[in-house]
Design a binder for this molecule. Structure first.
Ligand code: NAP
Length: 253
């Protein structure tokens, strides 16, 4: 029970890494506030967690909306009295076009969803997190924008690289007050987002082969890295770009 007595907010909880983390965090004793846009899916996930001995509530909305970010924190405080951790994980891939053909609106949608929303979330989470000891803030970044350039992913890479800068700055700003801030960098992961890129067996085999482990992650494997960063097991870890990337950053065939 690594998260016993901790109240943790997770965005992007309706699928993939966020959903796997919600299930794992619940099993590890956390009380959860889950966010994403799809209400029906969120309700069903909460029900299944609550039916199996966990404790979760949800609020649907768009992370680009500052009021929504504020309300997620308010729900944590009003229902559970505190917030110990926030896992800002929601993200999109966006349109995969060469930059000369990428509409400004497509760029902005990705930056707003992946980077600006993380800033807005953190802005409202931090005052609540600072009231607790051993609180943690996690952003889901990516191997894309860190170790690996993939054609067509300029906006996505820029947003994910931006999260590492945000992480380092917030870790420096709030370390003295005991708040730890880390970016989690998954490698390729088998989620609806990942599947959208793996459109043929050949493309999937190519991406599998970029990783030292010659495969991509299950979302549950990334959730275990999120658990480490959210728990007191990582009590001296802050400001990191924490790799859970199957070795894609070091592998050269
Ligand atoms: P996913 O299965 O597509 O999940 C994305 C989640 O984000 C969903 O729960 C989605 O829920 C939510 N979301 C998207 N836009 C939102 C918005 N505007 N407001 C609120 N929620 C929103 O993808 P995933 O692979 O688990 O991705 C999770 C994170 O990992 C993302 O930040 C992604 O960039 C990162 N990542 C993924 C990979 C990979 O290979 N899969 C690798 C490295 C990093 P709704 O649709 O219900 O809103």
């Amino acid at each position: 029970m690594q998260l016993k007595d901790k109240t943790i907010l997770i965005t992007g909880a309706t699928s993939g890494i966020g959903l796997a983390s919600a299930r794992l965090f619940a099993r590890q004793g956390a009380t959860l506030i889950l966010g994403a846009r799809r209400k029906t899916e969120l309700d069903a996930i909460c029900e299944s967690i609550n039916c199996t001995g966990g404790q979760a509530i949800s609020l649907s909305g768009d992370v680009r909306d500052e009021e929504y970010g504020k309300n997620l924190v308010n729900i944590a405080i009003n229902k559970f009295g505190k917030l110990d951790g926030a896992f800002n994980n929601a993200g999109i891939l966006g349109d995969l076009d060469p930059i000369t053909e990428l509409p400004r609106a497509s760029w902005e949608t990705v930056i707003e969803t992946n980077l600006t929303a993380a800033f807005l979330g953190a802005k409202h989470q931090i005052p609540a997190l600072l009231k607790q000891t051993n609180s943690t803030l996690i952003f889901t970044s990516s191997f894309v924008g860190y170790s690996t350039g993939i054609t067509g992913m300029a906006a996505y890479a820029a947003s994910k690289a931006g999260l590492i800068g945000l992480t380092q700055t917030l870790a420096a700003e709030y370390g003295a007050e005991g708040l730890r801030v880390n970016a989690l960098l998954p490698g390729g992961t088998e989620t609806p987002m990942g599947d959208a890129v793996m459109t043929t067996p050949e493309i999937k085999a190519y991406f599998d082969g970029l990783h030292s482990l010659r495969r991509q992650a299950k979302p549950e494997e990334i959730a275990h890295s999120a658990l480490y960063l959210a728990s007191d097991a990582s009590s001296f870890v802050t400001g990191t770009a924490h790799l859970a990337d199957g070795g894609i950053s070091i592998f050269r065939a």
